[in-house]
Design a protein around this ligand. Structure first.
Ligand SMILES: NC(=O)c1ccc[n+]([C@@H]2O[C@H](COP(=O)([O-])OP(=O)(O)OC[C@H]3O[C@@H](n4cnc5c(N)ncnc54)[C@H](OP(=O)(O)O)[C@@H]3O)[C@@H](O)[C@H]2O)c1
Length: 286
């Protein structure tokens, strides 16, 4: 089984490679790729093929994908450019005759109104149209999206616009494990998995931080426009970034990141790491 992991120079992709190794895939059967391959020199030293490639450079993708049975396409992070970039990977996969593309997407990609989802929806459509077998991993939110803000939460509380909506959270490591499992086991052809761990409200998150830190942490709910303003004026985010974050909260409020499928637990064969444990570990590390 030869597996190519794109985005392996980033956080999720590296964890997918590590998970493949932990599950017994020989290093020589794994290709890790991305642009900044200096970041994964340790994987190269462990025997993983490391090939530099750029989603904007088809020839570099041909080199990375040659001989691949499965390509795990980790979605890129250049918003607005991702559909074209992902199409370039899909075209290269078709030229290479790969057996399957595993793509990291977003919950309910085919119907969710989240601003962030449009590029995932178009990518899923491009993969399906390619005729290549696929597996879609519709990953919900990383708990790590919230953990770096814990010092701010301790100082100012949490301000959000998610109301009583629940967001399904798991650490990147759990989503990575699921990606490794579907890459190297049978029965995932043209399957769509909705992946998420425990689902909590932002008020629950505030309570978890309070418990872990031993001090009160309030959750203040505001409307989406107010949150956007706070993110621009108090937190200093550029307007489009603030608009995207505020839109995520509205999406949580409407249930678009509330995953109830049980797919993550089934794929990794254990209960996903709880937000409580992730928060406790993050507070302990402060
Ligand atoms: N579910 C969530 O909560 C959540 C949160 C944030 C992001 N995401 C999505 O999940 C993806 C993985 O998350 P992450 O935390 O691992 O992100 P990350 O650490 O930023 O990694 C992104 C990866 O994409 C690669 N990449 C970006 N542009 C590329 C290009 N032009 N050519 C080749 N590779 C390129 C980067 O490699 P180089 O820079 O080395 O090329 C890097 O390896 C993100 O890219 C984003 O689509 C999901």
């Amino acid at each position: 089984m030869s597996v190519v992991v794109t985005g392996a120079t980033g956080q999720l992709g590296r964890l997918i490679v590590e998970s493949l190794l932990e599950r017994g895939t020989p290093a020589a059967e794994i290709t890790a790729t991305g642009r900044s391959v200096d970041r994964i020199a340790d994987l190269a030293a462990a025997g993983v093929h490391v090939v530099a490639s750029d989603y904007d450079d088809p020839a570099s993708l041909d080199a990375a994908l040659a001989g691949a049975e499965v390509v795990v396409l980790v979605s890129g992070n250049e918003f607005g450019r991702r559909v074209a970039q992902h199409r370039t990977v899909v075209d290269a996969a078709a030229r290479a005759g790969v057996g399957r593309i595993v793509y990291t997407s977003i919950p309910k990609a085919d119907e969710t109104p989240l601003l962030l989802a449009a590029e995932h929806r178009e990518t899923e459509e491009a993969i399906a149209a390619s005729g290549l077998p696929y597996t879609f991993l519709r990953n919900s939110w990383y708990v790590e999206n919230y953990l770096p803000q814990i010092p701010t939460y301790l100082e100012h509380g949490i301000v959000g616009a998610a109301g009583d909506g629940r967001v399904s959270l798991a650490p990147r490591r759990d989503y990575a494990e699921a990606a490794a499992v579907v890459a190297i086991t049978e029965g995932h052809e043209n399957a769509v998995y909705e992946l998420g761990g425990e689902s909590i409200t932002l008020a629950d998150l505030a309570a978890l931080v309070a418990d872990a830190a031993g001090q009160p942490v309030a959750y203040t709910d505001v409307d989406e426009d107010s949150l956007r303003g706070i993110l621009v004026n108090a937190a200093g985010f550029p307007e489009p970034v603030a608009a995207t974050f505020a839109d995520v909260d509205s999406g949580i409020k409407a249930g678009w990141l509330h995953v109830t499928s049980g797919d993550l637990e089934r794929l990794i064969g254990r209960t996903p790491t709880s937000p409580a444990d992730s928060v406790k570990a993050a507070v302990a590390a402060l």
